[in-house]
Design a binder for this molecule. Structure first.
Ligand code: PLP
Length: 386
């Protein structure tokens, strides 16, 4: 067999998959390691997808998506995030993952550097690697509420720096970047002439704080922003998201999309039109449920003396288990699964600075969540456990 190229041989793997697959195969385990909404799909969304299949609306579409979906996206961005974007700046993609891949393909050449959050979602490292760019981690520290620090970013700039990646609301942290800091991050990108790649796939889920997209103040046309129906409408397997690109790039973006997937599954696009244009009860119900789970879990963990980041958005809780994990949280999550039947995502899967922490999904059943948390020994009890 011929040799695979080096960057493919060394493509990083997701550290969440291993624990999750093992947890799924462990009878009776409570699986909190995966970011999967649990509510059933809204009926009008199912019907729209099925109608498209039935009327044989199953041909290729334009690279960038059907006009009805792009119009629905334009309306949703304006209503939900106060962002005005003409439809020719929208590319419909196979979820936010493909939107992020497109953004990286558009902006990064071999050897270019992109600043990524640590801890940050796994694809933020995997994506640049695939386009032979270099992910450079910027640290999010507990002392700073796990928010980006401009001084840290400044210290990482080199002549190869090309892009800054931000993710708010954040996976795995549940943190939300406030408007002032988002403006400072934009100014930083501007100072160093960087692209700003913004993953906003959890934008619909914030608890008492506002989601602010850098698109709102992108006067210099340097922002690519990724969105998705996956989390917002519980459509993870339907695979529809979109990328908003700066003005004037749509024909280049079409050519890149043509070479990757040509276009997105047509019935899935119709399902997304229904999700975006129809009743929004699903989103409200899901947001209320995540907020209530975040509140109940925080209260319970606080009572027991744990250190954690209070979730402000998305549906994750970031918990310090360093009193238990003995410097190897990845091994400890396997132990937690075998010993207590709970599947938790190790913080180290999100970067070296996640060591000692775990990500807990708030998207499942609340009683199971609290039951799982009750099985984790609290700091004061730690010495007798491990
Ligand atoms: C921050 C972030 N970006 C992108 C994705 C992928 O979403 P999609 O299903 O839209 O590809 C996820 C999924 O967990 C995520 O957490």
């Amino acid at each position: 067999m011929p040799q695979l190229p080096p960057h493919i041989r060394t493509q990083p793997e997701s550290g969440i998959r291993l624990i999750t697959e093992r947890a799924w195969n462990t009878p009776g385990a409570i699986v909190l390691s995966v970011g999967e909404p649990q509510f059933p799909l809204a009926e009008h969304v199912t019907a729209a997808g099925m109608d498209a299949w039935r009327r044989d609306d199953t041909n290729y579409t334009a690279n960038s998506g059907i006009p009805e979906l792009k119009a629905a996206i334009e309306r949703a961005l304006a209503e939900q995030f106060a962002v005005r974007v003409e439809p020719d700046r929208v590319m419909v993609t196979a979820g936010a993952v493909q939107a992020m891949h497109l953004a990286m393909s558009m902006t990064l050449a071999t050897g270019d550097e992109i600043l990524i959050p640590d801890p940050g979602y796994t694809i933020f490292e995997m994506g640049p690697h695939l386009v032979q760019a270099k992910p450079v981690r910027y640290r999010l520290r507990p002392e700073h509420d796990f928010l980006p620090e401009i001084s840290e970013l400044e210290s990482l700039i080199t002549p190869r720096s090309r892009a800054l990646l931000v993710n708010s609301p954040s996976n795995p942290l549940g943190q939300v970047i406030p408007e002032n800091l988002m403006r400072d991050l934009y100014a930083f990108a501007s100072r160093h002439d960087l692209w700003l790649i913004s993953d906003e796939c959890y934008g619909a889920f914030t608890f008492g704080v506002e989601h602010v997209s850098p698109l709102r103040f992108d006067t210099e046309h340097r922002v690519f922003a990724a969105y998705s129906t996956s989390k917002t409408y519980g459509m993870t397997g339907i695979r529809v998201g979109w990328l908003v690109c700066p003005p004037g790039l749509s024909s280049t973006l079409n050519a890149v999309q043509e070479s990757v997937v040509s276009c997105i599954n047509t019935p899935a696009q119709w399902a997304a039109v229904a999700a975006l244009s129809g009743p929004q009860d699903y989103v409200e119900h899901a947001r209320d449920s995540y907020r209530e789970s975040a509140r109940a879990a925080s209260e319970y963990l606080r009572e027991r003396g744990f250190r954690f980041l209070t979730p402000r958005g998305a549906f994750y809780l970031w918990l310090d288990v360093s009193h238990l994990s003995g410097g190897d949280v990845s091994a400890w999550t396997l132990h937690a699964l075998d010993e207590w039947g709970i599947g938790l995502a190790p913080g180290s899967a999100f970067g070296p600075h996640g060591e000692g922490w775990v990500r807990i999904s708030l998207a499942g059943n609340r009683l199971e969540l609290l039951e799982a948390l009750s099985r984790i020994p609290a700091p004061s009890r730690a010495s007798v456990t491990r």
